[in-house]
Design a protein around this ligand. Structure first.
Ligand code: ADP
Ligand code: MG
Length: 169
């Protein structure tokens, strides 16, 4: 588990952009966190890190959006109930693409339907309005193998010192 802290949306975007440089085809990133935590902000930064030029917005009226970057990005938002129903109708395997990176907002609800190989990013609110904590956890082999690289890439946002978790899983 890596615990990172940001104090501005731009920092969350930067963190996500740095993380995106480690992304590989077939990757899945699950974003958990309450409404307004910063999941979409994270995807915007992640997309920038993949070299996606255009704006990334929440796929409110569609379950999934696709963008072309260094790797294609599939952005899913399963917050709305009808999205969840749609998801179970369509089936997750159809939405996953071995050549793309799939980022899912509100990932918890779909965990049982996913391959057990993803990076979980859980965003929580901090004391000040713009404070966020991003807890990153690798589940399965593909992201676990990149644990050291993730720790190094995220070091600007990981506070060092006693009592602060700064190491790998
Ligand atoms: P979600 O997709 O999780 O519902 P959004 O990304 O749409 O949330 O919105 C997050 C909101 O929180 C934005 O208005 C953003 O400007 C604000 N915000 C403030 N501080 C941060 C931060 N450190 N990281 C991310 N977003 C932040
Ligand atoms: Mg969102």
């Amino acid at each position: 588990m890596i615990s990172a802290h940001t104090k501005h949306p731009d920092q969350t975007k930067e963190l996500a952009a740095v993380l995106a440089e480690l992304a590989r085809p077939g990757d899945i990133v699950l974003l958990a966190g309450d409404l307004g935590a910063g999941k979409t902000v994270f995807v915007q930064g992640f997309g920038r890190g993949l070299g996606i030029a255009g704006p990334i917005t929440s796929p409110t009226f569609t379950l999934a959006r696709e963008y072309e970057g260094r790797l294609p990005l599939h952005h899913l938002d399963v917050y709305r109930l009808d999205h969840m129903e749609e998801l179970f109708d369509v089936g997750i395997p159809e939405l996953l693409d071995e050549g793309a990176v799939t980022v899912v907002e509100w990932g918890d609800v779909i965990v049982p339907t996913l391959p057990a190989d993803f990076l979980e990013v859980r965003i929580t609110f901090g004391d000040a309005d713009d404070d966020r904590t991003l807890a990153l956890r690798s589940v399965g082999p593909s992201w676990s193998a990149r644990q050291r690289a993730i720790t190094a890439a995220l070091s600007p946002w990981v506070a060092a010192g006693p009592g602060v978790e700064a190491g790998g899983c």
